[in-house]
Design a binder for this molecule. Structure first.
Ligand SMILES: Cc1cc2nc3c(=O)[nH]c(=O)nc-3n(C[C@H](O)[C@H](O)[C@H](O)COP(=O)(O)O)c2cc1C
Length: 214
């Protein structure tokens, strides 16, 4: 398969950036609690952005930094919940270094949210609840999966899923996690590049916040 790198990069150069409809950010009206602002932005995103709950989780482990997309399972004053398999690389990373980052890009609103914080397992009960709330296909996939192990063929994957679908029940390897934020940055992009960055940092019980140069 030959690749026209030059042509591809010419198309890349022509493709526009920051072409959404900015949702707006008024720093003077910013609440003291960034989770309140997140709730407003997330509500806007659910209205305007396909799959707004998809976010990129970055971790650091023995192999260095790595990032992957996952689904936000819930959000509240305590932070951001996600769920995954205990045997996955991300769980190994978090076991060795619980610090993590979560980032959202909501293109139609030209908004980015960057979170850093510490992740913790939410326990067996919450994990079981999360697993039970999933659809049948998702449960079968999780039950069949051997995260990160070499796979011989896609047929093998389908066969394992079909077998797993016959045997419904809880899965001990399923884990719910919470990222407790220590910084949250709200980035409202603008076509003229006068992007507004509003950064919150936890300070004990409270949060301090201020603008940053873009
Ligand atoms: C849109 C989307 C949603 C995903 N949701 C999840 C999820 O909720 N949990 C999860 O463990 N992996 C999810 N994945 C798969 C991860 O990106 C990743 O491939 C997998 O978890 C293995 O990552 P790891 O080896 O770094 O642990 C999702 C991928 C995409 C593209």
């Amino acid at each position: 398969m030959s690749v026209d790198w030059e042509g591809l990069n010419a198309r890349l150069a022509r493709s526009a950036a920051l072409v959404g409809e900015p949702g707006g950010l008024d720093p003077d009206a910013a609440p003291d609690d960034p989770m309140e602002l997140f709730a407003h932005w997330f509500s806007d995103a659910l209205d305007a952005v396909p799959e707004a709950r998809a976010a990129t989780l970055s971790t650091t482990g023995a192999g260095g930094p790595t990032a992957r997309v996952l689904i936000l399972r819930s959000v509240g004053p305590e932070g951001f919940a996600f769920a995954t398999d205990a045997r996955s690389a991300k769980v190994a990373d978090l076991a060795s270094d619980p610090r993590a980052a979560l980032s959202f890009w909501w293109q139609p609103l030209v908004r980015q949210v960057r979170v850093t914080g510490t992740a913790r397992w939410l326990g067996a009960e919450e994990s079981a609840r999360d697993f039970a709330a999933r659809g049948a296909a998702s449960r079968a996939a999780a039950r069949a999966s051997r995260p990160g192990e070499p796979l011989g063929s896609v047929d093998e994957l389908h066969a394992a899923f079909e077998a797993a679908a016959l045997d419904d029940g809880p899965l001990d390897d399923w884990q719910a996690w919470l990222l407790e934020p220590s910084t949250i940055e709200f980035w409202q992009g603008s076509a003229d590049r006068a992007h507004v960055r509003l950064r919150y940092r936890r300070d004990g019980e409270w949060w301090e916040h201020g603008l940053r140069w873009p």
